[in-house]
Design a protein around this ligand. Structure first.
Ligand SMILES: NC(=O)c1ccc[n+]([C@@H]2O[C@H](COP(=O)([O-])OP(=O)(O)OC[C@H]3O[C@@H](n4cnc5c(N)ncnc54)[C@H](OP(=O)(O)O)[C@@H]3O)[C@@H](O)[C@H]2O)c1
Length: 290
């Protein structure tokens, strides 16, 4: 296979950083673009970039992910998560492949079974609505893209629940964590590896039926944030009192779904992806964090 020119937008985020780590053992040529290298909400920057560079694949990790702040920074959220995606799609004009990332928050399912890709969307906050519009741009207007929806992403990089829990454990004697939002965590390293496997499958096949679809990927599990915190403290050997509370006792500006468990069968069947166990992936991340 000839080496491809792969660009990673939002390169300093959790997922972008994991691609950076993975790229060291890849035969492809990666270019990592942070928000200051390439602002996807700037149409002119995107057009200029594509005029000057050959791009075979774009891994779009750029996103406005500040879920609570998005409630008041609505324009910013839409500029990045919806208009930014459209800017990329227009500039790419079906010439390159795109893997785009999205969120479990686009659903607001009142179910007790894992959410399939066919589940109707019902975003309950601005971030989710802006991401959904970005997904719709990808699926409706671009021929060579897939959307990977994931949940509860954490890694050794950036800000996330695991790092917050570890920081709080070193500062506080006790902590309360919500136990009525149920989902599955996703280690960004696993998501990056899965993305590269998918890319290799797509590149080694003429099959175009992979495209224009949404796929789910998370680690396996069905837990609350409280369960997640409990396991983080157990694995990291942190001595802290942990109490479960309902969401009503931890109000946030943005509503979050109570049920976020994603059904990952489609990605497994289509690409032969292995869905890794959430506790094992957490252990890998904690080891990296030292
Ligand atoms: N984190 C989660 O729990 C979670 C859950 C479900 C789905 N997702 C989705 O998974 C994907 C990756 O998430 P992540 O956790 O890696 O997010 P992240 O750590 O917040 O990284 C997002 C990156 O996008 C960059 N960015 C923001 N605005 C930009 C712009 N206008 N142009 C270019 N880059 C811009 C940010 O740069 P600056 O820091 O410089 O702004 C940041 O480096 C996103 O699509 C997200 O919606 C995340």
């Amino acid at each position: 296979m000839t080496a491809l020119q792969i660009i990673v937008t939002g390169a300093n985020g959790q997922l972008g950083m994991e691609f950076k780590a993975l790229s060291k053992s890849s035969d492809h040529d990666f270019t990592f673009l942070s928000s200051s290298d390439l602002d996807i909400s700037s149409r002119s920057q995107i057009i200029d970039y594509f005029k000057d560079h050959k791009v075979d694949v774009i891994l779009n990790c750029a996103a406005y992910t500040k879920v609570d702040l998005a409630e008041t920074k609505k324009t910013k959220a839409y500029d990045v998560n919806a208009n930014g995606v459209k800017n990329l799609l227009d500039a790419m004009s079906n010439q390159c492949l795109m893997l785009h990332y999205s969120t479990d928050y686009v659903y607001n399912a009142e179910l007790d079974t894992a959410i399939k890709e066919t589940e109707p969307t019902y975003p309950s906050n601005v971030y989710a609505a802006s991401k959904l519009l970005g997904d719709q741009h990808v699926i409706q207007t671009y021929k060579k893209a897939i959307v990977l929806r994931t949940s509860w992403v954490y890694s050794a990089y950036g800000n996330n629940f695991v790092k917050t829990m570890l920081r709080l454990a070193d500062k506080l004697p006790e902590i309360k964590v919500v136990n009525d939002q149920i989902g599955a965590p996703t280690f960004a390293k696993d998501l990056a590896s899965v993305s590269m496997s998918i890319l290799n499958t797509i590149l080694s096949s003429e099959d175009i039926s992979f495209f224009n679809k949404v796929y789910h990927y998370s680690n396996s599990g069905q837990i609350s944030w409280y369960d997640f915190a409990k396991e983080i403290f157990a694995q990291a050997d942190k001595d802290i009192l942990l109490y479960p509370i309902p969401t009503s006792e931890y109000p946030t500006p943005a509503n979050r779904p109570f049920w976020s468990v994603l059904d990952c069968n489609l990605i497994q069947e289509t690409f032969g992806i292995e869905v890794l166990d959430w506790k094992k992936s957490l252990a890998v991340c904690l080891e990296k964090l030292g």
